[in-house]
Design a protein around this ligand. Structure first.
Ligand code: C5P
Length: 242
């Protein structure tokens, strides 16, 4: 890594191939990675992954697998075959689930291989409150659970986590520098906050130790999306140059 462009992940939050194609065409100069989530992938399948790749860009397949270890590992192998740059699982699926996934990916694409995907874990969804956790029997505070699950992911051999920008410090303390952190909830100074509650600017997210930023509406809702992406890249580059 890594230019600002390679660290900027655009959330492709659309529901059809045509819109996806238009966004890739519009942003392929500025954005290195496009995030494809459950809705778009369920509707369009692998075709939308290829569409992004044909545009010369990488894919973050955001399907957050959580199942028995074998099922997650087999799904992960399919993601690897699709050639996605990164995909994710829920750390709450447990150590064995993540370790089995890592072992299967090691088998087909050892560390250092250019086609090896980055394996990410989600710790606690930022939509969860402590009450949400209590109702499923987790009594510990989120501030404890997030670094605990990040460390579990690291110990299982995962490459990093998806986390709120506000959690980056806790995760760095628990997992050290050799662990990737991908953060949504990023808002450049020129954009509205939408429904994101705890936001950070792109520059501050990188300064606090994030490696990749996921950004959607500050770009998609801008009057000139390519210009908005350019302004974000500039903010990111300034932080990277410091
Ligand atoms: O439009 P916006 O920049 O808020 O988009 C952020 C993207 O990151 C969306 O696809 C959203 O689902 C995702 N995301 C998030 N917060 C999380 C995890 C994922 O906003 N904690």
């Amino acid at each position: 890594m890594n230019s600002a462009k390679q660290r900027l992940i655009f959330a492709l939050d659309v529901d059809n191939l045509e819109d996806a194609r238009n966004w890739v065409a519009k942003l392929q100069g500025q954005v290195g990675v496009f995030k494809i989530g459950k809705q778009l992938f369920t509707r369009c399948g692998p075709e939308v992954v290829r569409l992004v790749q044909d545009g010369g860009c990488d894919v973050f397949l955001d399907l957050k697998y959580h199942d028995i270890p074998n099922t997650v590992a087999m799904a992960g192998l399919e993601a690897q075959r699709l050639g996605v740059r990164m995909f994710n699982v829920h750390a709450l699926g447990g150590f064995e689930m993540m370790a089995k996934l890592v072992a299967e990916i090691d088998r087909v694409s050892p560390r250092g291989n250019p086609d090896r995907p980055i394996l990410l874990a989600v710790t606690i969804l930022t939509s969860s409150t402590e009450e949400t956790l209590r109702r499923v029997g987790i009594d510990r505070p989120i501030q404890v659970m997030v670094p605990k699950l990040a460390r579990l992911a690291k110990d299982a051999g995962m490459d990093g986590v998806v986390a709120s920008p506000k959690e980056v410090g806790l995760i760095r303390d628990a997992c050290g520098d050799d662990f990737l952190i991908v953060t949504p909830g990023v808002r450049p100074t020129f954009a509205s906050q939408d429904d994101q509650k705890r936001v950070t600017t792109p520059g501050d997210a990188l300064r606090s130790g994030a490696d990749y930023l996921v950004i959607g509406r500050p770009i998609s809702a801008a009057a000139d999306p390519a210009l908005a992406a350019d302004m974000i890249l500039q903010e990111m580059q300034e932080a990277l140059n410091e």
